[in-house]
Design a protein around this ligand. Structure first.
Ligand SMILES: [Zn+2]
Length: 327
């Protein structure tokens, strides 16, 4: 089958992949790809792994000689880049307006581009660090001025909270425990669709060192299955309830496909901020713990917690980044 016919057949998938790619690698890489795709299409062959051509480009280069296809590809790429820049400007304006609406004096800082490769991780000094076991960390080794927001359990499901995170474009990771999340997985599915990472915090939120190896394994591995079924993800990260674990926990977690165990350096609440260190400042790569809780358990809302956390980070020159970009 001629190549353009093949692309047409895969049109829907190809344009989905094009958009995904643009999100994942940024516009400039996509520009290069667009040009090379146009070139190879023009030359009459397109390797299978290079099919992110979308419909207009595929149509535009059909039947053109190579040089002409390259010119069309370059024009198309330049136009996409301009579109992309305008979309970024509009998104930034929306974010500034959202910050004002949510009661922030200044919009949260933007994180730098994620590292090209995940960070080489070793357990934080003093925590279990046996070869072959997932490392246990309270911060990610990086020089970037970023901190990571992680939200545990899943008790309180406040749509205003997820709206604030979405409108401000704040990355975060939810460590869910089935016993409280299960009455409304829809809430977490929406959250995940909006970009939140979903990770493992056991089925029943037991103190792991009090369980046998087999019981610990069920708590972790079965939660992997639940999250796969409910959210469509298989977590790579696991956080033991109360931060309590032993070697069996880490051995069990490893057999369930867990690659790292992030604990936390600070804890955020609606009405206060608990610093893990005496200097009471963020260190690059710190992991912040908070919970899906509401005014019944806290003296405020999750939005109050987020406002406090964002203000603290901004005042110290830190941006919130996506934990999964780093580990
Ligand atoms: Zn918990």
């Amino acid at each position: 089958m001629p190549i353009i016919g093949q692309i047409r057949q895969n049109d829907r998938r190809a344009s989905g992949r094009w958009r995904q790619l643009r999100r994942a690698v940024g516009a400039s890489t996509v520009v290069a790809l667009a040009v090379s795709c146009a070139a190879v299409s023009g030359a009459g062959h397109l390797p299978d792994d290079r099919a992110p051509l979308d419909r207009p480009l595929a149509a535009a280069v059909e039947g053109l000689p190579l040089g002409e296809a390259q010119r069309v590809g370059a024009e198309y790429a330049a136009a996409s880049l301009a579109d992309y820049a305008h979309a970024l400007e509009r998104a930034e304006a929306r974010r500034v307006a959202a910050a004002k609406r949510w009661g922030l004096a200044t919009p949260p800082l933007r994180p730098p581009a994620p590292p090209p490769q995940k960070v080489e991780l070793a357990s934080t000094p003093g925590l279990i660090a046996d070869a072959g076991l997932p490392p246990v960390v309270v911060r990610v080794p990086t020089d970037d001025k970023v901190v990571f927001l992680t939200i545990d359990d899943g008790w309180h499901k406040d749509p205003r909270f997820t709206r604030m995170l979405r409108e401000l474009d704040i990355p975060y990771s939810a460590f869910l425990s089935d016993y409280v999340a299960k009455d409304d997985y829809d809430y977490f599915r929406r959250m995940h669709r909006d970009g939140a990472a979903v990770q493992n915090h056991t089925l029943h939120h037991k103190e792991m060192p009090k369980l046998s190896y087999a019981q610990q394994r069920r708590e972790i591995c079965d939660m992997q299955e639940v999250l796969k079924k409910e959210i469509g993800v298989t977590p790579r990260l696991f956080r033991p309830p109360y931060g309590a674990y032993n070697r069996d926990t880490l051995r069990a977690a490893a057999t369930c496909g867990i690659e790292a165990v992030p604990l936390w350096a600070e804890e955020a609440w609606a009405e206060k901020f608990d610093w893990g260190r005496a200097d009471r400042v963020f260190h690059p790569g710190d992991i912040i713990l908070t919970h899906f809780r509401g005014p019944q358990e806290w003296g405020g809302t999750m939005n109050d917690m987020l406002r406090r956390t964002l203000k603290t980070a901004t005042d110290q020159g830190f941006a919130l980044a996506r934990l999964e970009d780093y580990i």
